[in-house]
Design a protein around this ligand. Sequence first.
Ligand code: FO1
Length: 316
Amino acid sequence: MSKRLVVALSGGVGGAKLALGLSRVLPGNDLLVVANTGDDFEHLGLSISPDIDTLTYVLADIDNPVPGWGRRDETWSFMDSIGSLGGEDWFRLGDRDLALHVERTRRLRLGQTLSEVTADICRRLGIGARVVPMSDDRVRTQVRSDAGWIDFQDYFVRQQCRPIVHELAFDGVTLARPHPDIIAALRSGDVRAVIICPSNPFISVEPILAIPGMRDAIKASGAPVVAVSPIIGGRAVKGPTAKMMRELGLEASAAGVAARYGDLLDGYVVDHADADGVGNVSARVTIARTLMTSLHDREALARATLEAADALALQR
Ligand code: FO1
């Protein structure tokens, strides 16, 4: 009986594209997407989980494909009004999107966990795959710039990634427990592959891997671990990955990202543009088109990544 569960680690925009591809080539209950919550923050009195929401909207096919976050067919009356009242309007919350943050905040205040709220919202939006926060405990990515430590969204959105990044920290991560559903899946003996989606390795994937026990559980799952490079041709497809790597003194390349994941990787999927730069990557390299512009691209990359994992499993 072949193993069926696929566990995908994902952040926001880039990772969500591959998560969608995986959700379309796998039966719904065979995919468990581990969502980064290090980007979460409290804003306007609301508990906001950007990567969970991006994954949810993308998997429910109600995402706004232009920025990659938020909902399509959005209106902005709340933002316009909050601005005219002198409130903070740098973090753009559309009227439809706002309803999710208000409802999540209400339920969390009633004592529901982030994962309970996420599961119910995914069910209501008709999502077949499981979206599970990496932990129900609080983890907050902090960025140390010349001006000292700043919250992630302040760096990423309000300051548009301008500050120089000297260091990253995941506040609370040492006390965070991996969500039990993730550990149960990894221990099931039924995992076909662990996929690290092409999200920013530092801000989206490392918070997940930094949770005590997570890395060991992935290794002990017996499943091949395959990452998809978020760098294409030495430039980050979206977001500050390449800039951040340079500022952190790391090689801003597909090989640099693989080195960051270290011995966790069995396989690594890179774009044709980086084919000759990954000679010294210890993981088994697969060359594929990793730029995902169409739905077909998302599905094709998902299939290529699963095939790479299956080939590795045959070697075991
Ligand atoms: N990113 C921006 O660059 N500007 C925004 O105004 C913005 C609003 C926003 C609202 C809801 C949401 O779920 C995500 C939003 N994002 C915005 C994206 C978010 O900051 C990033 O996607 C992640 O935190 C990084 O992966």
